[in-house]
Design a protein around this ligand. Structure first.
Ligand code: AHR
Length: 521
């Protein structure tokens, strides 16, 4: 009877494409060395940033429901979403796109809401009611305590329009535009910390080659200024991510853009290589995957390191003083949309696999803090690798949210060099290290360690060169595609976790497919 049950369980698992081994294999031996004498530049908390575009239900239903909604809200913003975002200390939000930004007229989104124009969302489909505009965005960033990153329209707006928008948002002078802002309900100027000069100028932002993009960026950047006393970081649209042209494109921008403060780069984690922004191309399902798909996504997440290393080499040549920073202002896992949702909605479930994609990517970010000063996961609510999913009154935090929650101590922490010696995980053509680590001294003075076990089946016995007591949280589950649903919104959430001492060394019993973050004291 027992044998029959095992056979039945194995065939069911195979039928659903996620074969679970009948028995847990013995743990592999992994050794971790943290060198607290080798500290890197601080992990800028802005690498924990979010991206929120007028795409699918990212804004409407996701953030904004309006003051008269029966969904509990704070001046029109979903209360559940606001509270969840505050809890993970979102440092910066990028808005209104994405490709949407380069077709956006800011004037459509100011003034009495009932009078705002309804437009077709040319990029992503559906109607854009413009109820969420400049005031709603900037007030939202203040509400959740984040910096504002406004993505300016270079593709189809003039430099003068962009300069006017900046004046409207940030000036304290008594101009016609600031009087209009006051009439629209906002007396004090807002702080806009980052301004995007276009989005994907190589693609949906205008299909520009690098030299042309550099020339156009210079033209916009010179006319758009922050008022005296306010600093503004201009983020210039950069290369496409890891493609054949990435380093030449970067080099041309580095050589030709004046006073280049931040260079934007986008790099998504894709199971299959289709061009960025392409709608309707197969990307593989978010649910119903096998161990090869698991390893593929994690190995592809690790190509972020190749990209950042390559960019650093090019940038170091042109800018040895490291004046220019990288803003990885779009990244994350991108799958086929959930069946039943339109391709342009980018609605997808989020599983333990995505939690691992997030953790591995954040650990890579911690290793590139000399250049990387901002990153924005795509996207905050209901779109792509979201923190939160909503459906009218329903709300859930995704596994990726829990990684952001567990990683809060890494915001503004000082990273240490750390190395791992252990086996690799191979499925099909994809291989990666079984255990990945990141170590940093938090702003509270404590040492934090993140441990990621990428093996879907095999636990690890991790021996470190550290000592002391380690307590924290772990995110893990029996299946690779564990996730939260509106019916079971807390099915997957972090649990308490601790290391133990063995011969004076701190050791960890790390289950298969797990992410742990501990504080050591
Ligand atoms: O995040 C979705 C889209 O991906 C963005 O609008 C665009 O910039 C990128 O191609």
């Amino acid at each position: 009877m027992k044998a029959l049950k095992i056979v039945l369980a194995a065939s069911l698992a195979l039928a659903f494409g996620h074969a679970a081994p009948a028995q847990t294999p013995p743990p592999s031996e992994v050794s971790v060395t943290v060198d607290t004498t080798k500290a890197g530049p601080v992990i800028d908390r802005h690498i924990y940033g979010q991206f929120a575009e007028h795409l699918g239900r990212g804004i409407y239903d996701g953030v904004w429901v309006g003051e008269h909604s029966r969904i509990p809200n704070i001046h029109g913003y979903r209360k559940d979403v606001v509270e969840a975002l505050k809890a993970i200390k979102v440092p910066v939000v990028r808005w209104p796109g994405g490709c949407f930004a380069d077709a956006y007229d800011w004037r459509d989104g100011v003034g009495p809401r009932a009078k705002r124009p309804v437009r077709a969302n040319l990029r992503w489909g559906g109607l854009e009611p413009n109820s969420f505009g400049t005031h709603e965005f900037l007030n939202f960033t203040e509400l959740i305590g984040a910096d504002a990153f406004v993505s300016g329209n270079v593709g189809s707006m003039t430099p003068l329009d962009m300069a006017n928008w900046m004046e409207y948002m940030t000036s304290s002078e008594n101009t016609t535009l600031t009087k209009e802002r006051r009439r629209n309900g906002r007396d004090k100027p807002w702080q806009v910390k980052y301004l995007g000069i276009g989005n994907e100028l190589w693609g949906c932002g205008g299909v520009m080659n690098a030299q042309y993009a550099a020339d156009v960026s210079n033209r916009y950047a010179i006319f758009v200024r922050a008022p005296p006393g306010q600093s503004l970081i201009k983020v210039i649209s950069g290369p496409k991510g890891l493609d054949a042209d990435v380093y030449d494109y970067t080099d041309t921008l580095m050589k030709n853009v004046q006073d280049l403060q931040m260079l934007s780069v986008h790099q998504y984690t894709l199971r299959y290589p289709h061009p960025l922004g392409a709608i309707g191309k197969p990307r593989g399902p978010a649910l119903g995957f096998n161990e090869t798909d698991w390893a593929a996504m994690l190995a592809k997440a690790e190509t972020m390191d190749t990209l950042l290393t390559g960019l650093t080499v090019v940038m170091d040549k042109d800018d040895p003083a490291k004046h220019t920073a990288i803003a990885l202002d779009e990244w994350g896992a991108w799958y086929d949309p959930t069946p039943g949702f339109p391709p342009g909605s980018a609605t997808q479930q989020n599983t333990l696999r995505d939690a691992e994609v997030a953790a591995l990517t954040l650990n890579i970010f911690h290793r590139h803090t000399d250049r990387l000063k901002m990153a924005n996961i795509a996207q905050m609510v209901n779109v792509l690798q979201a923190m939160i999913l909503t459906d009218h009154e329903k709300f859930l935090r995704t596994p990726t949210y829990w990684i952001y929650s567990m990683y809060v101590p890494f915001q503004d922490a000082t990273p240490y060099a750390a190395s791992v010696s252990g086996p690799t995980v191979t499925r099909g053509e994809f291989s990666l290290a079984q255990v990945d680590v990141s170590a940093a001294r938090g702003v509270d003075g404590k040492l934090y360690l993140s441990l990621v076990n990428t093996d879907p089946d095999r636990p690890a016995h991790v021996t470190t060169n550290l000592s002391g007591a380690a307590t924290g949280q772990i995110l893990t589950a029996p299946t690779m595609e564990a996730h939260n649903t509106f019916e079971a919104p807390n099915a997957l959430h972090p649990a308490a976790y601790a290391g133990r001492s063995e011969g004076g060394r701190l050791v960890f019993d790390l289950p298969a497919k797990a992410v742990a973050v501990v504080r050591i004291q």
